[in-house]
Ligand binder design. Structure first.
Ligand SMILES: CC(C)(COP(=O)(O)OP(=O)(O)OC[C@H]1O[C@@H](n2cnc3c(N)ncnc32)[C@H](O)[C@@H]1OP(=O)(O)O)[C@@H](O)C(=O)NCCC(=O)NCCS
Length: 139
């Protein structure tokens, strides 16, 4: 894409396909007392990453209503390149459930790709008053 090209939206965020939604490198300030990356920091990034497809699908604000499952499979280190992949697994009337996988690319001299975290989260589309906003009325 040339620098002048218009950015475009993905074709179908509710297709059920796995999409890269976020990339980030954790910094020393994100670490815990063991020197690994703090789990709460990872949870916050997963929450942001999981919200991307629901924001697009519902075309408005969303709130996290539930973290249904969250698994820390491997520790994360300062400097890992983290990629967050999201897949929509359920679309309800006002809610959307998303599976998020996090993979780390580490040690650029001997590159390794490791799945570090997996989670399932549910988001609810909300209106200006913070009430559920049905975006997918039953046919
Ligand atoms: C999200 C919120 C607006 C939902 O309000 P509510 O009165 O519980 O909504 P409802 O009972 O009408 O349910 C709305 C939808 O959420 C789903 N839902 C509610 N609780 C759920 C749960 N524990 N797990 C999964 N889905 C849930 C319902 O199934 C429904 O889905 P559908 O419309 O697709 O059928 C309200 O719970 C809220 O404001 N929570 C705080 C959100 C927040 O601050 N998040 C950030 C915290 S870090």
């Amino acid at each position: 894409m040339s620098p002048d090209a218009s950015p475009s939206l993905p074709s179908n965020p509710s297709s059920g396909q796995r999409e890269l939604v976020l990339r980030v490198v954790p910094m020393p300030a994100d670490s815990n007392a063991n020197g690994d990356i703090f789990g709460g920091w990872i949870m916050a990034q997963v929450d942001i990453a999981g919200s991307i497809l629901p924001l697009r699908i519902s075309r408005g604000r969303v709130a996290t209503v539930a973290v249904n499952e969250f698994i820390f499979k491997q520790p994360v280190s300062i400097g890992d390149l983290l990629s967050f992949y999201a897949t929509v697994t359920r679309i309800g009337r006002s809610s959307i459930t998303v599976h998020v996988e996090v993979v780390a690319e580490r040690d650029p001299t001997h590159p390794q790709v490791v799945k570090v975290t997996e989670a399932n989260l549910t988001y609810v589309a909300i209106d200006r008053d913070g009430k559920p906003r049905p975006f997918n009325p039953p046919a």
